[in-house]
Design a protein around this ligand. Sequence first.
Ligand code: ATP
Length: 140
Amino acid sequence: MKKQFAVIGLGRFGGSVCRALIENGMEVLAIDRDEAKVEQFRDIATHAVIADTTDEKVLKSLGIRNFDHVIVAIGDDIQASILTTLILVELGVPHVTAKALNAYHAKVLNKVGAEKVVHPERDMGVRIAHHLISKNILDY
Ligand code: ATP
């Protein structure tokens, strides 16, 4: 059976994760509280819904506990990101990946039980630096 993914927050990061999962044949539920963002995924995601994920009742009604992996891609609203992650963990979602804006945010996300915490800008900066270093060594 195909793995079921849900992506919460369809900004540049969440939107990109969502598209890549879909392009690789995964089933994806796309969620955002912003109707315009959800509209962009209506035709490509398996399902796309407008929802505020800080409301536990809403997440329960979406059957979120049946998803194998949920990606919390809410950035700027740190409170919403933490609360959403906490609810997902409490509901028993097996794998929760959350995006952190900074080290403090990451610490709290880890504490509330996120399985994996990513910092897209920082992680990409490190990868690019490594790539540049290895390229320089090869060019030498
Ligand atoms: P990115 O840096 O990935 O481009 P962004 O700057 O567009 O993101 P963020 O503030 O990081 O926006 O939030 C990402 C998405 O999360 C937004 O589309 C926003 O509407 C959505 N979002 C924020 N809070 C909630 C919430 N409580 N429930 C559902 N979606 C939310």
